[in-house]
Design a protein around this ligand. Sequence first.
Ligand code: NAD
Length: 320
Amino acid sequence: MAGLREGSRKIGIVGTGMVGASFAYAMMQRSLATEMVLIDANRGRAEAEAMDLNHGLPFVRPMRIWAGDYSDLAGAAVTVVTAGAAQKPGETRLQLLERNAEIFRQIVPQIVENNPDGIILIASNPVDIMTYHTLQISGLPPQQVIGSGTILDTARFRYLLGDRYDVDPRSVHAYIVGEHGDSELALWSLANIAGVRLRDFRSSSGVGYDDAALQRIFEQTRDAAYTIIERKGATYYAIGLGLLTIVESILRDQHTVMTVSSLMTGQYGVSDICISLPTIVGAAGVEEVLNLSLSPEEEELFRKSAQTLKERYAQIANKG
Ligand code: NAD
C-alpha cells in the first residue's frame, strides 16, 4: 500500500444535484482532497453549490472548490458521476435506464478525454448497468471503473441489524450483494457480529435469531429507497457518505472491503456484467473481488440477479 494516490488530490463531481452535493458536503469536511471541481449540465446549479460550499470553508479546512468544465477534470484522482434523472415515486431503478444511458453517452467520453488515468466512480441509477455502460463507452481498464453498487444497501442492512441487536453497526459484518435494486440478496450464511454467527448471537437484552424478523429487515433494506423517495423525493445523505468512503479508500489506498459494483470475470459463473460483491478498493480502484464461499441458494440468487441485469443491459447495448 502506497499512501495517498500519487500525483493528485483533485476530485471531480459530474452532476451536482442532491447526491452530488451531499457527497461534496461530506468530502469538504473530511479534508481528503485539496481541489474539488463541480460539473453540471445546469451550470448555475453547480455554481450555486460551489458558492454555498465555499462559504463553509472558514469552518473546516481550506480547499479549492469551483464550478468547472470537463477540461478541469485533468489530473483528478477520481471523478464521481451522480448526473442523471432521479427515481420518480413508484419508478424502479431499471426504468431510469434509457434516460440515464443517453446522458452517459454524452458525459463519459468527455471525462476520459480529459482524464484517461483517473478512476470513474458511478452512482447514477441503475448503477450496475451505468457502470457496465461506462466501461463499454470508455474503454478503460476494468479496475478504473467502479459503481457504488450495494454499498448503501449494505449500510442500511448493518444499521438495521445493529438496531435489532443493540450493537454498533460497525461491529455488524453482513453484506448485501447482487444488483443495487429489486433482485439484490443478503449473504445470511456469512453474517456475523464480532465474529459470532448471526444465528448464534444473542444480544444483552436477549434478542436472538428469528427468521421472520430478519426477513423483514432484509425487505426494509431492499425497499428503503422507495419508502424514502415517497416521503421526501430522493435519498442522498447516506449515499453521499458511502461515496466518501469509497473515495477515501482510493485516495488513502486503504484496501477497504466494500460491496461495490465492478466487472465480473467468472465469479459464481457470472461474467461480462457489473454487479456487487465484497471487493477490496484501493489506489488502483478495484483491487480484488473476494471469492467467498456462499451457500448454494445464495449463489443461485446471485446468478439470477446478474441475469436480470444482463437482460436490462441488452435493451441499451446497441443504441449508439
Ligand atoms: P438530482 O436530479 O438532484 O441531480 C441530478 C443532476 O444531474 C442535476 O443537477 C442535473 O442537472 C444533472 N444532469 C443531468 N443531465 C446531465 C448531463 N448530461 N451532464 C451533467 N449533469 C447532468 O438527482 P439526485 O437525487 O442527485 O440523483 C442522482 C442520481 O443518483 C440518480 O440517478 C439517482 O437515482 C442516483 N442515486 C443513486 C444512489 C445509489 O445508491 N447508487 C442513491 C441515491 C440516488
